[in-house]
Each structure stands twice: as C-alpha cells, then as structure tokens.
Design a protein around this ligand. Structure first.
Ligand code: NAD
Length: 497
C-alpha cells in the first residue's frame, strides 16, 4: 500500500511556502534554520519550515506595533476595514481547494473534511467578524443630567496567538478574525506540525489589502517562537489554543513578563452520556462513534468517555463497535476516505502508548488497538474501543487525542453526573435522553462550556466556544469573542450650563 502517487499529485497543485510572513513579505528565519514539514500520509518530507526564534518574534512584534501605532488598520473607517476582510474571505474561498489540500497534506485529515468543513468554516468565520465591524456599537452610561458617560471599546494593541495543528487554519481564524475586526495587529505562531495554511492565508490577506505588519505569521517550535511571543514585553494579549500543560506555561510567561491578557482554549476529556431512554438507538450509536472518530479523535471536544446506562450497555456498544469496524483508515487524499492519519509519528506513538496502558490497567479491548497501513510509511491507528473502563483508569483521565473510546457503565442519572464531572477538564459534555426533565437537569449539572442534548458537536459561529475548569477560559466564536481583543474605556464628560 503506497500513497506516494497521490501525495506527489497533490504537491503539484499547491504553493508550499514555509518562510515566515512578516510586515507583508515572506522571509526565512534570521538564523537560517529550518524544520522539516512531514506529511503523515506517507511520512515523506514535503517542505521546510522557517525555524523562527526570539529574534524573528522581535521583528514580527515590532512590525505589528509599528502598524498599530501608525493606525493604518486601527484608524481605518469601519466600512473600509469590513471591505478588506470581505475581500480576504473571498480570496480564501477562491483558494479553498488549495487550502484544503495544504491542511490534508500537512496533518493527514481526510480531504473530504478539509473541503466540506475546515476551509468553508474559516471563510464563514472571517465573514462573520467582518460583518460585526459595523454592527457592534459602544455604550452610553446612565449618567446624571450634567454629564455624559461613554463606555467605549478600544483594540488591545498587539495580539500574539499560539495555535494547534488539529484544525490548523480554523483554530487560527477563531483568533485572527475577531482580533483584526476589533482593530488589533496580530502575530500568529502556528503549530510546527501544520503551519502551511496559515502562511498561505496571510499572503492572501495582504493581496486583499490588509496593510503590512497587521497580520504576521512566525512559524517555529513552541518552546522557542511560542515562548518568546508569550514572554514579549510589547505584546498586549496572548490567545492560545492547545494542551492544558502548555496553557499553564503561557499563563506563567504572561505573569513573568508584562501581565499581558491571557485567554486559553485547552484540552478535554468529554463525557457523552447515553440514558436507557435514549430516543434513537441507531442514530445515537452512530453519533457516539463519530464524536470520537471524526478527524481520528484529534478534536478537543472528542466525546472520549462514553458513559452508557448498564441496562443498555452491551447492546449499545455492539452498535458503536459496528461503526468502528466499518471504518478502515485510508489515503486522506482520496475523496472517499472518512478516516485518515494522525498528525505525526510522535502522536501515533502517544496514542498507541495509551492503548497499551488501557490493556495493562484491565480495560477490555472491543476492537482496533493497532497501527494500520504501516507499509505506507504514514501514521495511522485503527478506530479503537475499550469497554469495562473505570473512570480512575488513565484512559479515562488523560486526553489521548486519538481514536480511542473509553466506555464506562453507570446505574442511574446521579451516578452518571458524578462520573461525568469527575475530571479536571470541562470543555464539552452530552446526553442522549427522551426525557426533557432529564435533559434540563443534565444541562444544569454538567460542568462544561458546551452541553449537547441528543447530538454531538452541534455548533455555529454565532455561539461561544470554550471550557470550564482546566479546559481554559475566555471564549472563541460569537460576539463574546470580541471581548478578548478589546479594552473597555470609560469617558466621563462634565457638561457646562
Ligand atoms: P500543544 O499544546 O502541544 O501546542 C499548541 C501550540 O503551543 C503549538 O503552536 C505549539 O508550538 C505551542 N507551544 C508548545 N510549547 C510551547 C511553549 N513552551 N511556549 C509557547 N508555545 C508552545 O497542543 P497541540 O498538540 O498542538 O494540540 C492539541 C491540544 O490542543 C489538545 O490538548 C487539544 O485538546 C487542544 N485543543 C483545544 C481546543 C479548544 O478550543 N479548547 C481546540 C483545539 C485543540
């Protein structure tokens, strides 16, 4: 089995530019160092990425600061800003095919997903925040008769954004679109595993008329470029999506430097609860499987703890397993493939390590559990289900970020709620039930930023996204996201008679 032909064909149709994008132009890392860009489809190197460090971050932050102070973007009339962001969205849409290929080549998710979800959602995100530019008003306070109090929003200044590889451009757009819409200048540090789409997008933004220095992209390792950005004394806000462990470091860097504002979207270990009165058994089993297997489980909201009421557990898990067994990993570039590769060899080995741990700690392997398509040179793991999991086991406590379901039985509603909330995370949770009372009680009891009833991952750009507990704080998406990128200023004017 080799996928090298499809990789070669795809490479002919995309622009692979791994240099940093600073002040409106591509440039190599100042050190001249590069990192390999390996496609997990067949393990081959497809490009080199600028290995930027503190020196490049210094240049990018200076460019962002200069553009902010000059006001080329900040002071532009709202309608003009909106026009440019719409032109940017149009360019992203016109290059959707290329951007989808870049995402799939870079991180191995099926091309069907990047074409139907990732890139269209990026376009939608940029348009949504472009629209917001001239729709959100400031406020007047209830001041006395001889005064006027104005509550105005101002851009924070220079925003640093550190983003992950699982939805590379989509997670980045949840940061840069509201940041730009509120008049900030931005320095993006995409994940080193998947930076190509963000670099391409920044060039498209420049073509659309975004002034130089307003959107900069500095690729490189987290511990070098990401750390330097979060520690920088002239960055006003750092927004982050990634693991909880790195989120904690980011908070520390902000504290050690200039108390820059911090917003964190971190990991999850989300429970999906299936009650015995679950409305549609087949639909629920299908959704429960896809809640974990979509994008090979590399989704922060993956419903990896599947809590099923004991009375229906065996029958329900049989159906979930049937979905898993039907789902063979395949070439991510094949439009018919539904289940692709993991992002890299390290991630694959981490996932296989957790599967070993599940076996060692006494969980029962229902299906999967092995590396797949090894002869392709790529990094694939079979859809995997464990049953008989205790919520104290490692595979129920730690985020695996791979296609592994940990199924846990429970007796009644109260036990389900206790198990569901027994986690350090609080990103998402869901319940399947026909009883509206049970649904409402669950929605009030579950400690998570997203609660789904009779579905998984129902969401829209108009609704906030983020977590409770160690899943972070601050919200992406919706108009609430604008708060992260603005300062509130009170202006009090005394009136003369
Ligand atoms: P990660 O934490 O390893 O990396 C995220 C980013 O942080 C990358 O750009 C990386 O280079 C950078 N980084 C790493 N070390 C750093 C350091 N010391 N200083 C500054 N930056 C550093 O996460 P990942 O593996 O890219 O992504 C997977 C994680 O992201 C999972 O935990 C997942 O749950 C989480 N995630 C959360 C959401 C959400 O919205 N809550 C969305 C997607 C992914």
């Amino acid at each position: 089995m080799t996928f090298s032909k499809s990789v070669a064909a795809a490479l002919e149709t995309v622009s692979l530019r791994g240099d940093a994008f600073i002040n409106g132009e591509f440039r190599p890392a100042q050190s001249g160092q590069t990192l390999p860009c390996v496609t997990p489809i067949d393990g081959s190197e497809i490009a080199r990425l600028a290995a930027c460090d503190a020196g490049d971050i210094e240049t990018a932050v200076a460019a962002a600061r200069a553009s902010f102070e000059a006001g080329h973007w900040r002071k532009m009339a709202p309608r003009e800003k909106k026009k440019i962001l719409f032109a940017f969205a149009d360019k992203l849409e016109a290059h959707a095919e290329e951007l989808a290929l870049l995402e799939t080549l870079d991180m191995g998710k099926p091309i069907a997903n990047t074409k139907s979800a990732d890139i269209p959602l990026v376009v939608q995100t940029v348009r949504y925040y472009a629209e917001a530019i001239d729709k959100v008003n400031d406020e007047l306070g209830p001041s006395p008769h001889d005064a006027v109090s104005m509550i105005v929003r101002e851009p924070l200044g220079v925003i640093g954004a550190v983003t992950p590889w699982n939805f590379p451009l989509l997670m980045a757009s949840w940061k840069f679109a509201p940041a730009l819409a509120t008049g900030n200048s931005v320095v993006m540090k995409p994940a080193e595993q998947a930076s190509l789409s963000m670099l391409r997008a920044a060039a498209l933004a420049a073509e659309a008329g975004l002034p130089d220095g307003v959107l900069n992209v500095v690729p490189g390792e987290g511990a070098k470029a990401g750390k330097a950005l979060a520690l920088h004394m002239d960055v006003d806000g750092i927004v982050f999506t990634g693991s909880t462990a790195v989120g904690k470091l980011i908070m520390g860097y902000a504290a050690q430097s200039n108390l820059k504002r911090v917003a964190l979207e971190c990991g999850g270990k989300s429970p999906q609860i299936v009650m015995e009165d679950c409305p549609d058994f087949d639909a629920a089993a299908d959704a429960a499987a896809w809640a974990v297997f979509y994008d090979q489980g590399q989704v922060c909201t993956a419903g990896t703890r599947l809590l099923v009421q004991n009375s229906i557990k065996d029958a329900f898990l049989k159906k979930v397993a049937a979905v898993a067994k039907d789902l063979a990993p395949g070439d991510p570039l094949d439009p018919d493939t539904k289940f692709g590769a993991l992002v890299d060899e390290t991630q694959m080995n981490t996932v296989l390590g957790y599967i070993r741990k599940g076996n060692e700690e006494g969980a029962q392997l229902v299906c999967g559990g092995e590396r797949a398509l090894g002869q392709s040179g790529g990094f694939y793991v079979e859809p995997t289900i464990f049953s008989g999991v205790d919520n104290k086991m490692t595979i129920a406590r730690e985020e695996i970020f791979g296609p592994v379901i940990s199924a846990i039985g429970f007796g009644d509603f109260d036990e389900a709620m206790t198990i569901a909330n027994d986690t350090i995370y609080g990103l998402a949770a869901g319940i399947w039930t026909s009883n509206v009372n049970t649904a409402h009680r669950a929605a009030r009891t579950l400690r998570a930023g997203n609660v789904w009833v009779n579905c998984w991952d129902g969401s829209d750009i108009t609704t906030p996204f983020g977590g409770f507990k160690q899943s972070g704080f601050g919200r992406d998406r919706s108009l609430h996201a604008l708060d992260k990128y603005t300062e509130l200023k009170t202006v009090w004017m005394q009136l003369r008679d």
